[in-house]
Design a protein around this ligand. Sequence first.
Ligand code: C2O
Ligand code: CU
Ligand code: CU
Length: 490
Amino acid sequence: MQTKSMSQGLRNTIFLGIAGVFLWACSQTGEPPAQNPLHIPPLLDTKGGQGVELTLRRATHTFYPDIESQTMGINGSYLGPTVRLHQGSTANVSFMNELGEPTTIHGHGLHVRGGIDGGPQLAIESGEAWRIAIPVAQQAGTSWYHPHLMGKTAEHVYKGLAGLYIIEDENSKRLDLPKRYGVDDLPVVIQDRRFSDGKLLDYEPTPQDMMDGYRGDTLVVNGTIDPFVEVPEGWVRLRLLNGSNARFYTFSLGDGEVIYKIATEGGFLKAPIAITALTMAPGERNEVLVDMRGRNEISLNAELLSADPEDQLPIFKNPVRRVLELRVDPELDPGGSLPEELNTIAGFSEEEIDGAKKRSFYLGMDDDQIEKAVASHDHHNMFTVNGKSMDLTRIDERVALGELERWTLTAEMMPHPFHVHGVSFLILEHHGREPAEADRGWKDTVVISEEPTTVLMRFHHEATEQTPYMYHCHILEHEDGGMMGQFTVQ
Ligand code: C2O
Ligand code: CU
Ligand code: CU
């Protein structure tokens, strides 16, 4: 165990405190309306075997008017299209790499075999295409794709390489939910970025950034700064993805009104849960419904959480920013409602749980190891899982196909989002307690701490030694810094 340099922590605290007071003062006088229409990524459907072509390129993107930033994009200048998958059919997707350097594309949340999971072993060389046929077996949900090359994930995502997968099934088609993409079913990818004079800063993390994760103070939503979106005067569904490298957010509506959480990463909850605040770590997705009936507009806001909540002095507050302004356009017809029931989640019996294979994982930030890594400029061996930094030549765990797994997860120094490839899990215990009702859904990324979190899952696809699955911290600097391991399923 170790604590970070006090002066840095204090400096952050004071900086965030001042920003918080400033924003508080602004919101008292009423924020000006949002300036820019939210970019809605194009929707590409894989229905009926129709192939989807995605091309990764270097680009320039205009975040601020007339100022060009160097980015990477997929069929565009920043982020990529939303790809729709259908349970029971095969999706043909091809990723063409024209970046001028290798990368990989991982399907985060997809239940697919290791060979098409897109982990670090599956590099796509520049000039090459990676064509995969995805047999879609899982239930409806919101997943995403992003690079996963060893040591390069954080930079590639930061520059703009990511996009959504939307999975549909019979249940999602039958439910009377808002489902018109871009009208009342909106993709909302939230990221924080660093700008200088309106330009996206290059990705150059300092050792402190590696520790805290690379965080910025400007929100970018689907690549748009200060966005608004016009919606019908009815129910609106937001598919939230925290696509940030390291930032955690607590989302809420401008007037403290309730939001209905309907889905976690791996699918619908049993029933909608009314909440007023929703904390999301990098990699997590949630679907929520917002009731726009009888409103003109409402803001979705986010409290920007710092790396060290414990360092915060009580008189200071984290900054709160507007993520997205929803404005009613009376010309748009409302559609869909808030269903009373959404899904059945069978879970596991006591007997199954007792017989599960137990494993435990501890995410480590050891002082000596960090100092050594920094001194030798070896940023890939700063952090550990169970005392070891990621090694592509080592298989850390061997899991049996179809057997119930019970993983107990702990971590030091700060909250970390733990992610597992190829599967969805249920939470048995969260930070040493019963999980909250709103967390009793299928997930693939969960925030862990010093208090134990236990998850239950069964793997249904094979991952061999050549193309194993990963588990890792989804703070991308921690992942690139070695807080990752790999396992086979056979
Ligand atoms: Cu979203 Cu292994 O990653
Ligand atoms: Cu993943
Ligand atoms: Cu971490």
